[in-house]
Design a protein around this ligand. Structure first.
Ligand code: GUN
Ligand code: ZN
Length: 464
């Protein structure tokens, strides 16, 4: 069996300590770095260390697929551990992106439109290509490798209406050992004919996909309603039935993203109190429901989110790029209802969760409040795992969890290096800043170029 060192790129290999590589069936290795994760949710707006677990210069030990423990850097693990010394780097659980569209890598950064025109002009034409199995499989590989290359180890993903596009994602994720939540998109009206399904066949397709892929390995199924505008009442009812029939499946959709969209939904569903109520009436809101955006909600809607355990996948780069609006995170905290963070590529402009967090900070700044580095990072790791009911497996560095890990440079480039040197007190005449200041600056300045390596269930991911 190959040892980990043999699979690492040159720059990483050179960091491996001189100790002889150990070929064992169950690979045991330890990474030395600054470890950062969360034990519980930090208080909103607090820059204190409550919930923050920072272990500078520690070994994180990985036995097979799982985290086996941690030791201070001075206590070198025994001879049966293969050692990788990354002192001065940052090791964290992989990021979780709770809303992203795999086929929309093809339309990321498309000019000049708001949501509904953007769907018609760019997105729907691009998604039609995914009827072709070759396009679907190549697209899935490109997309999942891109996620890992950006430091994201779990995503909740929209493919297209085509069954083959969901199959391609499930199978490609399984090849990589990667956790994934996805499902065939449901849409039976207000879309190009090539992107529409029909209720009875869609139900059969979903049933088949659930049987074949849900809770198989690290794959999980999500009943995927594109949005209320593209599903008939019959299809929404069918989706609700699937959610009740199959314990453990997720539900994903969009809600209250754009003012024109909200007006359109009110015309399509005059019987509903609000956009969110359309989903509530069809039994689609529950603790494994992930609704993207949620910008144009009122307090009655927020109470429904709270009472049903539904989460909003806040997608700031998308909301700014499409001009959709400014998500009210403070209102979510006041309610309270669950919030996670999402790239929403291709409405969103980057798969990087640091960039997503930086834009989330700016959105809240425009609303007159501040998003702490701790709330943001917790939300993109352990918080998302908890919201998805997966915190027993991922989202933190507790012993026994899956080793979905990402190693980062604290700084990339001279400006970021200078800023990090100042934050950690390495510049004479300037006092060391607190850990929050350092991590906040990292979040604002870092992106995928800071990534050194990704491990998926203990297996190093070779960059695509
Ligand atoms: N609403 C319905 N479909 C989409 C989509 O693909 N992207 C975004 N951002 N919003 C949507
Ligand atoms: Zn979306």
């Amino acid at each position: 069996m190959r040892c980990l060192g043999a699979t690492l790129p040159k720059s990483l290999n050179s960091q491996v300590s001189g100790r002889a590589a150990i070929d064992t069936e169950r690979m045991k290795f330890a990474l030395r770095a600054d470890l950062l994760d969360f034990t519980h949710a930090p208080a909103w707006g607090s820059t204190e260390l409550d919930g923050v677990r920072f272990r500078p210069d520690h070994w994180l030990m990985v036995d097979g697929k799982r985290i086996a423990g941690a030791l201070p850097g001075s206590q070198t693990p025994g001879p049966d551990w293969q050692l990788h010394d990354h002192r001065g780097r940052l090791l964290m659980p992989g990021f979780i992106d709770t809303h992203v569209h795999s086929p929309q890598l093809d339309v990321i950064a498309s000019y000049g439109t708001g949501l509904l025109d953007w769907l018609n002009k760019y997105t729907f034409p691009a998604e039609q290509r995914y009827a072709d199995p070759q396009v679907a499989h190549e697209g899935a590989a490109l997309f999942l490798d891109a996620l890992l290359d950006h430091g994201t180890t779990l995503a909740v993903v929209f493919p297209t209406v085509h069954k083959v596009a969901a199959v391609a994602l499930f199978e490609t994720a399984a090849q990589r050992g990667m956790a994934l939540v996805t499902g065939k998109v449901l849409m039976d009206r207000n879309a190009p004919p090539a992107l529409m399904d029909e209720v009875a066949q869609a139900e059969l397709d979903c049933e088949d996909l659930i049987q074949r892929y849900h809770a198989r390995g690290r794959n999980r199924y999500a009943v995927t309603v594109r949005f209320a505008a593209t599903s008939s009442r019959e299809q929404l009812a069918m989706a609700g039935t699937l959610c009740r029939r199959h314990a453990g499946v997720y539900m994903q959709t969009h809600v209250a993203e754009n003012a024109d969209e909200v007006r359109w939904i009110a015309q399509l569903f005059p019987e509903a109190r609000s956009y969110l109520d359309v989903y509530h009436r069809h039994g689609l809101l529950y603790e494994r429901a992930v609704l993207a955006h949620g910008i144009w909600l009122d307090n009655a809607d927020r109470a429904v989110l709270r009472d049903t355990g539904t989460q909003i996948a806040h997608s700031p780069t998308s909301n700014l790029f499409l001009g959709s609006g400014l998500f009210d995170w403070q209102a979510a905290v006041d309610t309270p209802h669950r919030v996670t963070l999402a790239s929403d590529v291709g409405g969103g402009t980057s798969l990087s969760m640091q960039r997503t967090i930086a834009e989330a900070y700016k959105v809240q700044a425009l609303r007159g409040t501040r998003l702490s580095a701790w709330t943001a990072l917790y939300t993109a790791t352990r918080g998302a795992a908890e919201a998805l009911g997966l915190a027993h497996e991922i989202g933190h560095l507790d012993t026994g969890t899956q080793a979905d890990l990402v190693l980062w440079e604290w700084a990339q480039g001279k400006v970021a290096q200078n800023r990090d040197d100042i934050a950690r007190g390495a510049v004479p005449g300037l006092q060391m800043q607190d850990l929050h200041a350092r991590v906040f600056a990292w979040l604002m300045l870092a992106d995928e170029r800071n990534r050194v390596g990704t491990w998926v269930a203990g297996r190093w991911h070779k960059a695509a």
